[in-house]
Design a protein around this ligand. Structure first.
Ligand code: NAG
Ligand code: NAG
Ligand code: ZN
Length: 474
């Protein structure tokens, strides 16, 4: 049905080049008869040959930039340790995995950080000096990355005709897949663009289901570039919907009565960058004058309590809110589409990772939403449905109390603009692999999440009476 070779072919040939690189090194040592003292420069020379000539994509993924980097889990157990830890991590400029900034460090809450190899001794010393204990989650990040994406040559290539939903795909592959879906499933799938990214890429949205239903559901994935399981889920959901239509009565009903708008990769520029340059890139790729740091957090850029608590006004931070609300073309385009269709869109769902949580508004304050009962019961059935697949437990509740306070988020914006059900999923896991969820876990993760999304969507077809008088929900 679908032929997508470009990305995989490139990587396959590169894997073979790794082999030829090592044999090259072997022969250069043999033939030239270098002695030990000369091995290092000879090796370096071969590596340089490898990376510049034989393996244009890099013999090592990402040019080996994560070799020796670690991911640490640090849990401060009192206020003094919280203060010390904030100081240490701020000083070292670590890459925050969970939570995503130093301001969110709290007592007894674990902090996962990616530490560059040259900072490991320093951070170890500082933490030990302060008697703060920590655990090494990943001891060599480069190895873990190669493990996650390194099976490419041995992937199930036999069935070339079948798109492989159990591997991560590059942006180019995902876009070709979308075109193919649009071409081969004209009854159930449509494809259009809602605008262009900062770097000029089209922002594609698939429309799934019988055309122009009165009610619609929006699902976006890949808002944060490094959360690769998100785009994998969006693709999985489309596949599931199409293949179970007319076989599964619940899915048939959903596709007959709802329109699904599915945006597999929201932050296209960032996703592309996370494949080609920095695996742990989170933000968009926009640039503002005078600052050398690029990118805005696309989940802090929405016009709702913009740039307040839980967002940063510093362009180098991972939670940078941007120069003004909707400064990011991606956010602006989606906001425009949602505004235009807000009468029909009954649920907004944003797929993130990682934490195993299902979150709903508010993010920016500790308060109960007016239609709390309806949303809470939808969340509860979603989490139950998810659990029914593999027994994986998700926490759920308002984002502010369940995860942390953040302002300018898309769920708060959607809710404030009249979409009564707004959810953010934080998919697997809880930190063992973090952003490097292995491809072997794509299937279980997406299967259980599909159940949860179906539960939310099915709920929209039933009546739930919120307190109508208090609309809009601000
Ligand atoms: C944090 O954990 C310690 C040790 O288990 C406990 O004594 C303390 O009360 C906890 N603090 C908070 C704020 O939960
Ligand atoms: C999707 O397919 C329709 C025809 O079925 C075509 O008109 C439309 O341009 C396609 N969308 C994109 C983005 O190519
Ligand atoms: Zn995210």
């Amino acid at each position: 049905m679908i032929h997508l070779r470009s990305g995989s072919a490139r990587l396959t040939s590169c894997t073979m080049d790794v082999v030829s690189c090592s044999s090259l090194m072997f022969w250069s040592r043999r033939i030239l008869g270098y002695r030990c003292a000369f091995h290092v420069p000879a090796l370096l020379a071969s590596v340089m040959i490898c990376s510049s000539l034989l393996c244009p994509a890099g013999a090592f993924l990402y040019n080996n930039r994560y070799a020796g980097d670690r991911v640490l889990r640090i849990t401060p157990s009192n206020e003094q340790e919280v203060r010390a830890l904030k100081g240490i991590l701020g000083l070292m400029k670590v890459d925050f995995w969970q939570p995503n900034s130093a301001s969110l460090i709290h007592q007894n809450r674990s902090v996962d950080v990616h530490v560059k190899h040259h900072d490991i001794r320093g951070i170890h010393k500082r933490l030990t000096d302060q008697k703060i204990s920590y655990q090494v989650l990943i001891s060599n990040l480069q190895k873990e990355i190669e493990k996650q994406t390194g099976h490419r040559s041995s992937r199930k290539r036999r069935a070339e005709s079948q798109y492989d939903y159990e591997v991560y795909h590059s942006l180019e592959e995902i876009q070709s897949w979308m075109f193919e879906m649009n071409r081969t499933q004209p009854d159930l799938v449509g494809l259009f663009s809602v605008g262009k990214s900062y770097e000029g890429r089209p922002l594609y949205v698939l429309q799934l289901g019988k055309r122009n239903q009165k009610k619609a559901v929006w699902i976006d994935c890949g808002v944060h570039a490094r959360e690769w399981i998100g785009p994998a889920f969006c693709q999985w959901f489309v596949k599931e919907a199409i293949s179970s239509y007319q076989y599964d009565s619940a899915m048939t009903r959903l596709l007959n009565q709802l329109s699904f708008y599915i945006m597999p990769v929201f932050n296209v520029d960032g996703y592309h960058y996370s494949w080609n340059t920095d695996r742990f890139w989170r933000k968009t790729r926009s640039k503002i004058r005078k600052f050398h740091c690029r990118g805005v957090d696309a989940n802090r850029n929405w016009k709702v309590k913009w740039c307040d608590e839980g967002a940063s006004s510093h362009p180098c931070d991972d939670t940078y809110c941007g120069p003004f609300p909707e400064s990011e073309p991606e956010v602006k385009a989606v906001a425009k589409f949602l505004r235009k269709n807000k009468k029909r869109i009954k649920a907004y769902i944003s797929i993130h990772a990682y934490a195993q949580m299902l979150l709903y508004p508010y993010s920016y304050k500790y308060a109960m939403i007016p239609n709390f009962n309806c949303v809470e019961s939808a969340a509860s059935s979603a989490v139950k449905a998810l659990y029914s697949a593999y027994g994986v437990r998700y926490r759920y509740g308002p984002a502010s109390t369940t995860l942390y306070v953040s302002s300018g988020s898309s769920i708060d914006w959607a809710y404030k603009n009249g979409i009564p059900y707004a959810f953010a999923f934080e998919l697997r896991d809880t930190g063992y692999f973090g952003f490097l969820l292995p491809e072997s876990l794509i299937k279980p993760t997406c299967t259980e999440t599909t159940r949860a999304v179906k539960a939310i969507a099915s709920g929209l077809l039933k009546k739930c009476n919120p307190d109508k008088d208090r609309f809009p929900y601000i």
